[in-house]
Design a protein around this ligand. Sequence first.
Ligand code: GAR
Length: 200
Amino acid sequence: MGRRIAILLSGRGSNFLAIYENILRGKLDADICAVISDRSKAPGLLKAKELGLPSFFVSFKDRAKGEEETARIIEERGADLICLAGFMRILSANFVRRFKGKILNIHPSLLPSFPGLDAQKQAFEYGVKYSGCTVHFVDEGVDSGPIVKQAIVKVFDDDTPQKLAERILREEHKIYSEAIKLVLDNQYVIEGRRVLFKKK
Ligand code: GAR
C-alpha cells in the first residue's frame, strides 16, 4: 500500500506546512507527491517550491480543464490520498466520483454548522460558545461528507473573529495529520455517514 498524498491549496498553506512538518518529525508516515495550486502566487505553492517538493500551478479559468489537469497530475504522481488544505474551489461531482473516498478537506468550524466561506466569522457572529474544526471526506456537496475528526475550540467573551481563527488554526494543524494517518492506515469503516474506528 502506498502512502503518497497530494495537497491542493489556494493560499497561505499553513495546513500544508503542518503536514510537511509532521512528516519530518516522524509523526506521519507519508510522502507529499504533489502540491497543486489554482493560484500561481499562492504563498503555500511558493513555499512548496522552496522546499523542493513537486509543485504545480493549474489554471482553473476553465474549471473542466483545470480539474482534468489536476486529475492527470494526481494520477501520474500516484497519490493515494488528496488533501484539500485551504483549496477555495468547489470540485465537480465528476472529479469527486473519480477519486471517491480519496479526498479529505479541512474546514474551520464544527460541521454541519457554518459551511462555506469565513466559517470562523460566521460562528463568531452567530454567538456560539464553542466552535472548532472538522476534517471530512469530500462528497458531492459543499463541506458535507462523512466526518473523520473534529476538535473543539472555546469562544471567549473578549474574542475577535481573528483571535478565534488563530486558535482554531492551531487545532487544524494537529487534527489534519491525525486524520490523514487514520485514513492512510485504513483504520476506519464507514457506516452510513459515520466514520468509525475498526476494532482490532
Ligand atoms: C484554513 O483555516 C482552512 O480550514 C480553511 O482555509 C484556511 C486555509 O489556511 N478552509 C476553508 O475554509 C475551506 N472551506 P492555510 O492556507 O493556512 O492552510
